[in-house]
Design a protein. Sequence first.
Length: 240
Amino acid sequence: MSEEMQVNLAEYDKGNMFGPGGRIYSLMYAREATENGSLAIGIEAKDGVVLLAEKRVRKLVKSESVKRVSEVDDHIGMVSSGMLGDARKLLNIARVVAQNNRALYDEPIEVKSLAKTLCDEMQHYTQVVGVRPFGAALLIAGVCDGESYLIQTDVSGTLLVCQATAIGGGNKEAMHILEEHYDENMTLEQATIFGLEILHNVVENINLDNVSVAFVENKTEMLRVLDSGEIRLFIDRMEG
């Protein structure tokens, strides 16, 4: 590649514009950030939906200070992969949207409606001059009217409704296992153990300090983030 061509290609890094071949380079960089992030898995069961996430905890950092699964509303949870600052910004947007819906309509927001609003925001950042795309992919899990939803978003604002999926580092290996062994008739308990097995195979050395688990049951329509004691029971069952 000539020096002139390299200079010309570098111009496309400076904004959200199409480069040669129809590529938006800022989106490629943002997607790479998500691929290098912590692994997160979502699995829909017959009685709810579960989120599991790897926690990368550095030495001298307290494990409990690293939160991978966040509450958006009573019935919705979210986990991200990629740049944590970008994910926190999206989480704050999601919480405001959910609370505004309760204030205006006196009812919890629909999971797909919340996800679509976030995707619209993410897509907007792919076409505005002077900003960059969010470097975070999301898994959004929730229950509305007794029906569970698992939604995946990517840096371009794409929305996918899934039965099971994975984002972050090692997602291709995790997806291979999900595609081979996912069963829509699994219970939440079975789905949680299945997710821990996938994390164990992909990440290795899964323990109380490096995994987060949360689920929403169809019956209660309430998000529950598992504490260390509950996670220990599931890990023991997985190992058994």
